[in-house]
Design a protein around this ligand. Structure first.
Ligand SMILES: *Cc1c(COP(=O)(O)O)cnc(C)c1O
Length: 502
């Protein structure tokens, strides 16, 4: 009889190592404490790091290796590599010397909420799949709607006063545009009997370019994308009469005006479209009106800025991103619609494996029917943590402080006759440039100024083109920013100009 070889014991295949348990309590505690210590140290030291890294493309692969590690390593190895290789390649959005794009504001409460949401890792596609996650999202969106004084028609259909409204937290403004475009597209086709190639969409030439990308994704024909030119006389807000003319011309030509995107606080220069007048024009054609208030929507929680949303009761949807200016880390875009059914009719799925009593009862919101995907993070938690912890008073104070610092910077620019302000400041973005004669020469000088300032690592600002001219954007509001950072950035800009003029 041949002997049967002893079966190798899988537990001993890795020597004396304990079984692999990626969520064991000791690791959770020790890894997360290390991560939290890292975060705390990071915020303490980020001010002294160059805002823009000086790494070359491909650097990280060279440092961390191109093939995946087979063998385990202590968590400290990952933390060491994070410090040594990753941090030096980060553009520090958290730095108080960051003035580029729009700030990505953040807070201890939001990061804590995000951490806990990641740990629970619920996938709340239906109410039943995570009741508290769904209800918290709906609740916190209704809270925010109250801060923004949105009409009741945008509030969720829960409780005694069930209306038609609804809201959802998405990842980006682009998604908010995409899902509302899909709804508007289906409604327009049902109503007119026209094919998709006859549907036309409208936005000002200052609208974020992601809008026309969303239109392409939703199947609209690029031949029917209308970009309405704006002018300095209206501070680059759209002229409703020009919109009317474009929509009329299309209707005369047999097209179906379907969707208008208006912006409160454009990315380029913070221009504001007159929402009420845009909505009146759109109503003549039964077109859907969406308001993109990604950045400036947050300011509208302060009564002194709320007038920018005047006329909001006439629009079909509005989105704003607390991950830009309301202290809530990425990603958090809040979309409100006046008629949630119109949205879900285009986005609904109803597979057998998600059927449940709560959904059938109609008493609950299944948020999967208001977004592109099925799975979804528990994003409501971080926004709730922010609103619960700081309260409206602090949130308003935060906006006002940023605006005051931006105004201070604007005053400094005004007082130096080598510079000019290009568009009036609406919120916490200042658009300015060095004066110079000759359009091309001025563009070159300003481009050089930006490059020289950014090269120092002591400040980071970006540019745009407004009215054919290159303009520098100074976006105030990075969460660690104080007056002194604005003052030293201004000193740096002045010094750089003086050196350039030598
Ligand atoms: C930032 C911004 C966008 C782009 O938003 P995503 O969330 O990145 O899709 C769109 N519109 C405005 C006005 C913005 O400021």
């Amino acid at each position: 009889m041949g002997s049967i070889p002893a079966r190798s014991n899988p537990a001993t295949a890795f020597g004396e190592l304990p079984p692999f348990q990626p969520l064991n309590d000791d690791d959770i505690r020790s890894y997360l404490h290390k991560a939290v210590d890292f975060v705390s140290d990071y915020y303490k030291s980020v001010e002294s790091m160059p805002v823009l890294p000086s790494v070359k493309p491909g650097y990280l692969r060279d440092e961390l290796g191109a093939s995946p590690p087979v063998h385990p390593a202590p968590f400290d190895v990952a933390m060491k590599e994070l410090r040594a290789s990753v941090v030096p390649g980060i553009t520090h959005w958290a730095s108080p010397n960051f003035f580029a794009f729009f700030p990505a504001t953040n807070s201890a409460a939001a990061v804590a909420g995000d951490l806990i949401a990641s740990a629970m890792n619920t996938v709340g596609f239906t109410w039943q799949a995570a009741p508290a996650a769904t209800e918290m999202e709906v609740l916190v969106l209704d809270w925010l709607a109250q801060l923004l004084h949105l009409p009741r028609s945008f509030m969720n259909r829960t409780g005694a006063s069930r209306g038609t409204g609804g809201s959802v937290i998405l990842g980006t403004t682009s998604e908010a545009m995409l899902v509302t475009l899909a709804a508007a597209r289906d409604i327009a086709m049902r109503r007119s009997g026209a094919g998709i190639s006859s549907l036309a969409v409208y936005a000002s030439d200052q609208t974020h370019t992601t809008f026309f990308k969303a239109c392409r994704l939703a199947g609209f024909d690029p031949a029917n994308f209308r970009s309405i030119p704006t002018r300095p006389e209206t501070d680059y807000g759209v002229d409703p009469l020009k919109l009317l003319a474009a929509m009329q011309a299309d209707a005369m030509a047999g097209l179906v005006p379907t969707y208008v995107c208006a912006t409160v606080g454009t990315t380029s220069s913070n221009a504001v479209d007159p929402i009420g007048d845009v909505a009146k024009v759109a109503a003549m054609f039964n077109a859907w009106v969406h308001v993109d208030a990604a950045y400036a929507g947050s300011a509208c929680i302060c009564p002194e800025f709320r007038h920018h949303l005047n006329g909001i009761e006439r629009v079909d949807s509005i989105s704003m991103s607390p991950h830009k200016w309301l202290l809530t880390c990425l990603d958090c875009t809040c979309l409100y619609v006046r008629d949630a059914d119109r949205l879900s009719q285009s986005l609904e799925t109803d597979p057998e494996y998600l059927k449940n009593e709560a959904s059938v009862s109609g008493d609950v919101t299944d948020l999967k029917d208001m977004q592109v995907g099925v799975g979804r993070r528990f994003r409501g938690l971080k926004l709730w943590m922010v609103m619960r912890t700081y309260g409206t008073a602090n949130l308003q104070e935060h906006i006002r402080r940023d605006v005051a610092m931006a105004k201070m910077f604007e005053d400094l620019v005004h007082a130096d006759d080598r510079f000019e302000i290009i568009v009036p400041r609406n919120f916490a973005l200042v658009c300015f440039r060095i004066k110079a004669t000759g359009v091309q020469a001025a563009d070159e000088v300003n481009r050089l100024l930006m490059a020289n300032v950014n090269k120092t690592g002591k400040a980071y600002l970006t540019h745009t083109v407004v009215g054919g001219r290159l303009v520098l954007r100074f976006a105030v509001g990075s969460s660690l920013q104080e007056e002194r950072h604005i003052l030293s950035a201004w000193e740096l800009i002045r010094k750089t100009v003086s050196e350039m003029m030598k």
